[in-house]
Design a binder for this molecule. Structure first.
Ligand code: MN
Length: 310
């Protein structure tokens, strides 16, 4: 399967084809259950624990920008590498695949196809645009784009896809090195299980709201209600406590538009990736990360060398 073919399929697919892909990915999530190893990764609740070896391509918000997604997959050579025997490579998406870009259905089609082709290598995280119905980002244009693409069947495709969102993972942990999630630090978390099992509770009662919605701030101690209307702005103290709890050096997240495609916060301990271009953000650059997971990176400068801007 080459890249061109996947993208052409995404443009040409009908509602039956899309529904069949959703059902195949549902089956993959049925196999990837608690306590089970998926390849070399271990599943704890909805946290994926990955051993610190091999390569990882880490992608921030795509928001319906099919061109940027194609660029990242092409430049990173993910498909070729993933098809090579014994080549250890992960492709991690930090969530927010749709909305705010007109190719939202096509982007979901591509990422689900990648999951179907390489279930052990592709990790799909949940963003606030894949959140529960009553805590969903607004505007949420995906249902509109689905109807435009599939006519009346668009609402069925949307319903099935939104059920699938709730099975996406919450976080990735690379032991001793990185934690990856969509938005921010669950400030009251005191164990790894608090993160791994956050999906069990309604976001407003547990940690999921902060994971999906929060943003780091340089001017806040502890936390302050977010102007987004959900989650918090959180300070460096909250970040340090969380990184110590998990025994990792860096938090890698998406969620926030940045002009350069990436930014660091909290003394270089948080890296934000924003991997799409175009309206409504008009950022000059977008970026993703390509990492050798075995490297012992200590400073933001060392991590920054692996950021790919475009
Ligand atoms: Mn977001």
């Amino acid at each position: 399967m080459n890249l061109e073919r996947i993208f052409n399929e995404a443009l040409a697919v009908n509602s039956t084809g899309f529904l069949s892909l959703i059902s195949q990915v549902n089956q993959i999530f049925d196999w990837e259950t608690e306590g089970k190893s998926v390849g070399e990764a271990e599943i704890i609740g909805r946290l994926v624990q990955v051993p610190p070896k091999g390569e990882a391509v880490i992608v921030g918000d795509i928001h319906g920008d099919l061109e940027s997604l194609k660029h990242i997959l092409h430049e990173s050579r993910f498909l070729e590498k993933a098809a090579m025997d014994g080549h250890n490579i992960y492709l991690v998406f930090l969530g927010d695949y749709g909305d705010r870009g007109e190719y939202s259905p096509e982007v979901y089609y591509v990422i689900l196809t990648l999951k179907k082709l390489f279930p052990e290598k592709v990790i799909l995280l949940q963003g606030n645009h894949e959140g529960p119905e009553d805590l969903l980002a607004y505007p949420h244009d995906l249902p509109y784009y689905m109807k435009r693409k599939f006519g009346p069947n668009g609402s069925i495709v949307y319903r099935e896809l939104s059920h699938l969102f709730r099975r996406f993972y919450t976080a990735v942990l690379v032991k001793g090195k990185y934690v990856m999630l969509h938005g921010g630090v669950p400030s009251e978390a005191s164990t790894l299980e608090d993160v791994a099992f956050a999906y069990n509770k309604h976001p407003s009662e547990g940690h999921l709201e902060e994971i999906l919605w929060s943003d780091p701030s340089e001017w806040v101690n502890n936390k302050y209600p977010s102007p987004r209307g959900a989650g918090y702005l959180f300070g460096k103290d909250v970040t340090n406590k969380f990184l110590n709890l998990l025994g990792v050096k860096f938090l890698i997240r998406g969620h926030e538009p940045t002009d350069e495609g990436y930014k660091f916060n909290h003394g270089g301990k948080i890296l934000t990736l924003f991997s799409r271009k175009g309206p409504p953000y008009y950022n000059i650059n977008a970026a993703y990360l390509m990492l050798d997971l075995s490297l012992q990176l200590k400073t933001a400068e060392e991590l920054e060398e692996h950021v790919k801007r475009f």
